[in-house]
Write a protein that binds this ligand. Sequence first.
Ligand code: MN
Length: 319
Amino acid sequence: MTEQEKANRLLRDAQTVAISGHVNPDGDSYASVLGLGLVLSEAGKTVDMLAEEQISHFSYLPAFAALRPVDEKRNYDLFIRVDLGDTTRLGRAQIALANSRHSINFDHHLTNDGRCDYAILDPKASSTCEIIAAFLLENGWTISADAATAFYAGITTDSNRFLYDTSGARTHRLAARLLDCGADAKRVYFHEYQNENPKRIAFEGAVVEQALSLHDGRVMLANITQELIAKYGLAMPEAEGVVDTLRNLQGVEVAVILKEQKQDVQKVSFRSKEKVNVAKIAESFGGGGHTKAAGATIEGENKDVFPLLRSVLEGLDRP
Ligand SMILES: [Mn+2]
C-alpha cells in the first residue's frame, strides 16, 4: 500500500477527528481546516475544526462559525495537521495532537518536521488546499459546494490569484474540478479583492513611503510598529498582505516587513519576485516557508530587531 492509500484508510476508519492549521492563520490554513472538515463531517464523522483565533476577514468562508478552540479533555481517533512545516506552529492544538491515536500531515512548505503517522507533502503544490482537494478527489470522497468554495479560496489566496510559479496547469485543472463541484469563486473574489477598507489602503501608502530602500531599491524593508498601525485605526492582522504590495513595486526583488506583534515579539515576512530564495533568509532567523514567500518570529524588541534585520539584508550578495 502506498502512503496515500494508508492515509486514506486512516481517514475512512476514523470516527472522531480534529483538524488544525497554524497560529496566525491565513486563507489556506483556515480553508484547509474547513474544506477537509466539511468533507469529513458530511461523510458522517465527528469533526472538531480547530482555531484559536478567528480573523473576521475570513468569516465569509463556509462553516467559519464552526471553528472552535482546543478542548483539552477531548480525545480523537485522528488528528490532521494542515499547512504548517513546524510543529510548534500548531500552538495549543499540540494538545489535541497528543490526545489523538493517529495523525496525518498535509502540507506544501519546503521544510516540514512532520511528526505524524502519514505525511502527504508536496512543496510544488500551490497550497495545502490543492493537496487536500486532489487527495480527496483521487480517493473518491464527495466534495460539496461549500467544501469546494473553501478549497478554492485557499488556492486563490495562497497562489496570489494563480500567479505564483507553483500554480501551474495542475492547479488550474484542480480549480476547474472544484468549480464543477459548485465552488463559489465570485464570493471568494468579492471578499478577498473587492472589499477593501480605505483605511488599509492609506496605511499601505504610508508603509510604502516609509520603507527603507536597500541595494538600489532591489530590497525594501518596512517596519510596522503598533504605533503606526494604531494611527490608521487598524489591528496587526490587517497588515497581512502589505508585504506583497511592497514586493509588487517596480524594481523590487525582495520585500521584507517587520511587524511588532507584542513588545518583545516581532514577526518578519519575506517575499521575492524572481531569484532570491527568501526561505533561506527566514531560516537564518529560525523561520521557514517557500522560495518566494517566507516568515519568521523573532523574540526581542522592535528597536533591537529592526537594525539586526537591516544588516542581514544589507549583507545579501547581489539580490
Ligand atoms: Mn499554505
